[in-house]
Design a protein around this ligand. Sequence first.
Ligand code: PLP
Length: 403
Amino acid sequence: MKKTEKNKYLPYGRQHIDANDIQEVVSVLESDYLTTGKKTIDFEIEFSKKVNVKYAVSCSSGTAALHLSLLAQNLPNESRVIVPAISFLATANIVELSGGKVVFADVDSETGVLSESTITKAIENTGDKISAIIPVHLNDSSLDMKMIRHIADQHNLKVIEDACHALGGNYYENGKITGVVGSNLYSDLTSFSLHPVKAIAMGEGGVITTNSEILQKKILRLRNHGMTRNADDFLNNELAFDKSQNPNPWYYEMQELGLNYRASDIHCALGLSQLKKLEKFISKRIKLFKLYTKHLESFSPTIIPVKNNFSVSAPHLFPVLIDFNSIRKSRAELMRLLDEKGIGSQVHYIPLFLHPYYKNKYHHNHYEGAIKYYERCLSLPLYYDMNEDDVIRVTTALQEIIG
Ligand SMILES: Cc1ncc(COP(=O)(O)O)c(C=O)c1O
C-alpha cells in the first residue's frame, strides 16, 4: 500500500517531536558538553517537580532504571522477587541479573495486572521468604498501589514500581485521586522508561524517583561505576589526600560495584523539552482513548477495551481483548490484515514464564489469568499525532476484517 498522508501507516505507538525539541538537542550538540552535565541536572529537577517527589535520577533506559532500583536495595543473593506474569522482559530480567530469583505472580485476566489474590497466592505458594515486589502499571496507571503497599508491609517487602507505562498517571483510592505516579506514595522507588513509544521520548532513556536521599545517592553512584568524587565520602585517606589533607585532584574512589548507566545531555535535553509537553500529550491520549471507546461500543462483547482498575489517567497503549473464536480469525491473521490496511498493532505481552529462559529455569510455572489475557489482547495505534479520523480508520478496518 502506498503510504499517502490519508493512508499513512499508523504504528501502534510513536513519538511526537517538534521544532523546540530539535533546537534543544542541537544546542547541546553545539555546546562543549555532551555527556552528563547541566541538561541532565535540569531534567532531573524538572522531572522530580512534575511527579511530586524529592529526587529523580536519569539513566540510559527504563531497563537501567529498574536494574539500578533493584541494585540499590542491596538484597542478598538469591532473594525472591515477585514479578507479574505479564510484563516486558526487563521487569524479570533485572531480578535474574542482580542475582535474585523471580517469583511470578498471576495477573487478573481482564486488567492484565496484579491483584490482591494473585499476589497473596504467589506469597503463599513460595516456600522461601520473599524480599521485594515489582508491580507493573500495564497500559496506564493501573495498579491498586494502596493494596500492594499493605501486603508489602505485612510481609516486609520492598516495593519497586515499574511505571514504564504510567508517566503522567495518578494513584487512586476509592475512586479518588490520591497522588501522582512517581511520587512514591506507596513504594520505595519508581522506574520510568522514556522510549519513543512512551508518553514522552528521550530516544533511549529512563528515570528513577525516590524520596530517600540515601537511595538517591546510592543510585547516582551505581549509575557511574559505583564511584564517588566527593572528598567527604572517601574511605582510603592515604590515596585520597596529600600531606596537607587536600584531596588529590585526580582521585576518585569506587566503593561498590556499578555500571555506566548514565544518560547523556543530548538525551536529557530532549527529555526536558518533551517534559514541558507532558500534559498536552496526555490529554490528547485521553481524548483518543475516549474516542476509541465510543467507536468500539458496537463491537462488544467480541472486542472490548481492556478494563482499568481506575479511571483512564495516562494511557500509554490502547489494548483491546478480542474473542478470536467468534471473529473466526486468528490474531496473526488479524494483525496481517490490519497491516495490509496500513495499521500497526502489537501484543503486550507474551507471558514471561513462556519465554524459553524462564520456562527452562522455572518449568512448573503456569498462570491461567496471564494466559487468558495474553490469548485475547491486542494493542491498537495510540499516539499524540493521531486524530479522530485515524481512530475511525482503525475501527472501520476492524469492522471490514471481522465482517
Ligand atoms: C513495563 C516495562 N518495563 C520496562 C521496560 C524497559 O524500558 P526500556 O525499553 O526503556 O529499557 C519497558 C519498555 O517497554 C516496559 O514496557
